[in-house]
Ligand binder design. Sequence first.
Ligand code: FES
Length: 291
Amino acid sequence: MENKDKHIFLKERLKQNNIKLTSTRSAILEVFASSTESLGAEDIYILARRKDPSISLATVYRNLKLLAGLGLVQKISQDSGSVYSLAGRLDGRRTAARQVSRPSKKPESKDVYRIENKLNEALRDLNKIKLEKEMALEDVIKDFGRLDKILQSYEFEQNNLIQILLDIQEEYRWLPKHALLYVSSRLDIPLTRVYGIASFYKFLNLEPRGKHSILVCTGTACHVRGSINLLQNIVDILGVKPGDTTQDLRFTLDTVNCLGCCALGPVVMIDDEYHSNPTGKQLKKILKNCD
Ligand code: FES
């Protein structure tokens, strides 16, 4: 079966089983359809991220379990960890693990197994590092074009540094290190000055931010009306503390001293919308509906 046909077939099977084809699932299926080898979950994660950057390792594991349950993917457990490949009937190629094959005869010494396992692990680590480096380099090269567009719109003027940083932040939701380096070199401004400005202003972020911003007001008016409970509900749902971003980069949770609508308190602002005293159930629904 051709790679494209495999991908279509896999998607059809999900549909037949009433399973939604999310962008994450599609990315994972594409990795399987185009892979010539069995892959570890982390390898799948790295490859799938190229197609869907919002994917997390936990999501990959969840989907692998689902695909194995449907019989579309097979899991092969090995001493050096599990690897996955398309189920035999879908894959005309070999489905055995890609690691150094284990001898069929019993080894003469346990040391042979130990060394073999160590080699397999080292091989997997090297492969992972190589993939990560390739991916990071590709991303950085693509970014230079995006950054140049922003710099060009300000005619590479040093005086527009803050506005340039704001535009970069709007593009990425934060200020990545390579972007600051690039700005410093293109505008001919010392990196220490670029960093100095980026770290001085609170509205500029040097850490990744989530796609959606959640601001819980803990000012006096909201506090007396129970903003602590509201904040705790959100912490419980997302599993992050105020000031942190969820692992999948969907949400960043922060607190503020007033949102300017004290009569609605306790109040939370999600992106541009205010929500007055939502229950835990309502919060879950609101957060789930954030795409
Ligand atoms: S104190 Fe919460 S909105 Fe003003």
